[in-house]
Design a protein around this ligand. Structure first.
Ligand code: NIG
Ligand code: FE
Length: 409
């Protein structure tokens, strides 16, 4: 992923990458200072230390622009119910789904939540992900949402990954507000969003716009409120039905419109006109055993600049691996390996307003990069299960594979 990479790449540009055989990246402190041939960089910089990729693949640190990592228990019981034919909505209506994770988060201590989150962040790094957008949304009360966001803030200071917090109080209507969804929306608008913004606990607000959760009108009010408070807007839209969520995201000038399995042609056009980045979650229909998938090729044809994400969460995607997401995006969306790389680096970085900092390997960007053992990108994308990184560099620090660093005399 070469420069200049300040803005997202869509349409025929999505697959525009450059591969440098026998390449090297020169790093000084937290920053990349040059990218080029190994021999040239050795001559120009006389490096004090080298991390040898040994013929492996060096790419920018992967960027996951959609995750829900603040939860207690996994939900493999629901996975099994789905393999037996129950749908996501049936399981949710029976008290499973998001609300089952809410019970766990409300009962958990901050220390317990933090410990679990930190392990998950370390796992992201193992898999080559160095920037993670992370949503709250399994608290659904003032107290439990604040607790979730404070846990994210505490994790952020550890510097394991670059963590971008999103407030998703509008993930579902909690049990105690059942039948009074409008009152819960009022609570979010009057109290929760202003508190979150005032305490600077999130960069973004999000909403699950769907028939059984928040309709278009509620979603608009929530996101307009968030915007007015200075928060960016991300939205779960058109995942289980075509409600027109994509068009709403476009009208609101959202930074991302996520999922989009049921997006209409009008929705695609609206996103393209407004330059909204679609954040696609290709593993989710697989895990939900849902036939309908996001029309990714159609979006690319319309000039959109998609990102691909895990949507890591205990219900609809327990997987944290972006390399696996790339493989599935290639198979299901018919995206090339090069397109998958842009969609897992520069485009998600731009959706998180970090296009000038990360997402490509070029001078002046942050030195976040990952080395895989395989010799080329197509191999990485074509193989499931070979995605553990050989080495990972975050802000110029070798956080995986440090034993491979050799100091030069
Ligand atoms: O992105 N769509 C809404 N939220 C999650 C599902 C979360 C859950 O089931 O716990 C998603 O798929
Ligand atoms: Fe999600």
């Amino acid at each position: 992923m070469h420069g200049p990479g300040l803005s997202s790449r869509g349409g025929t540009d999505l697959g525009r990458i450059l591969s440098i055989p026998d390449g090297a990246v020169a790093i000084d402190g937290e920053r990349i200072v040059a990218v080029g041939r190994t021999a040239d960089l050795r001559r120009d910089f006389a490096p004090r230390a080298e991390l040898d990729a040994q013929g492996g693949l060096v790419i920018p640190g992967l960027v996951d622009a959609h995750t829900h990592p603040v939860f207690v228990s996994t939900r493999e019981d629901e996975f099994e119910l789905r393999t037996q034919g129950k749908s996501y909505l049936e399981i949710a209506a029976a008290g499973g789904g998001i609300l089952s994770s809410v019970r766990g988060v409300r009962a958990a201590s901050k220390e317990d939540l933090l410990e679990r989150l930190l392990l998950r962040l370390e796992r992201f790094v193992d898999l080559g992900t160095t920037t993670v957008e992370a949503k709250s949304g399994y608290g659904l009360s003032l107290e439990a949402e604040t607790k979730s966001l404070e846990v994210l803030a505490a994790a952020r200071t550890r510097g394991i990954v670059d963590l971008v917090p999103t407030f998703l109080g509008a993930h579902d209507v909690p049990e105690e507000y059942r039948g009074r969804g409008a009152d819960y929306v009022d609570l979010l608008i009057r109290e929760a969003l202003p508190r979150v913004a005032a305490a600077r606990l999130a960069d973004y607000a999000d909403v699950f716009t769907e028939g059984h959760t928040f309709d278009l009108d509620a979603s608009r009010r929530l996101m307009e409120c968030a915007r007015g408070l200075g928060l960016g807007v991300r939205m779960h839209v058109d995942q289980l039905s075509d409600l027109g969520g994509a068009s709403l995201a476009a009208q609101l000038g959202a930074q991302s419109a996520d999922h989009l399995e049921f997006v209409s042609e009008a929705g695609i056009q609206a996103l393209a006109m407004a330059g909204v980045i679609p954040v696609l979650c290709p593993l989710v229909p697989l895990y939900l055993r849902q036939e309908r998938e996001a029309p990714a090729r159609r979006m690319i044809q319309a000039g959109l600049a998609p990102a691909i994400s895990t949507d890591f969460n205990p219900g609809s995607c327990p997987l944290q691996s972006l390399p696996e997401v790339m493989t599935w995006a290639a198979l299901r969306y018919r995206m090339s390996a090069a397109e998958c790389l842009t969609a897992a680096t520069l485009n998600p970085a731009c959706s998180l307003a970090r296009g000038s900092e990360i997402g490509t390997l070029e001078a002046d960007k942050r030195a976040d990069l990952v080395i895989f053992s395989c010799s080329n990108l197509r191999r990485l994308v074509s193989e499931f299960g070979s995605s553990r990184a050989r080495a990972v560099v975050v802000r110029g620090r070798v956080v995986r594979g440090a034993e491979q660093v050799r100091t030069r005399a």
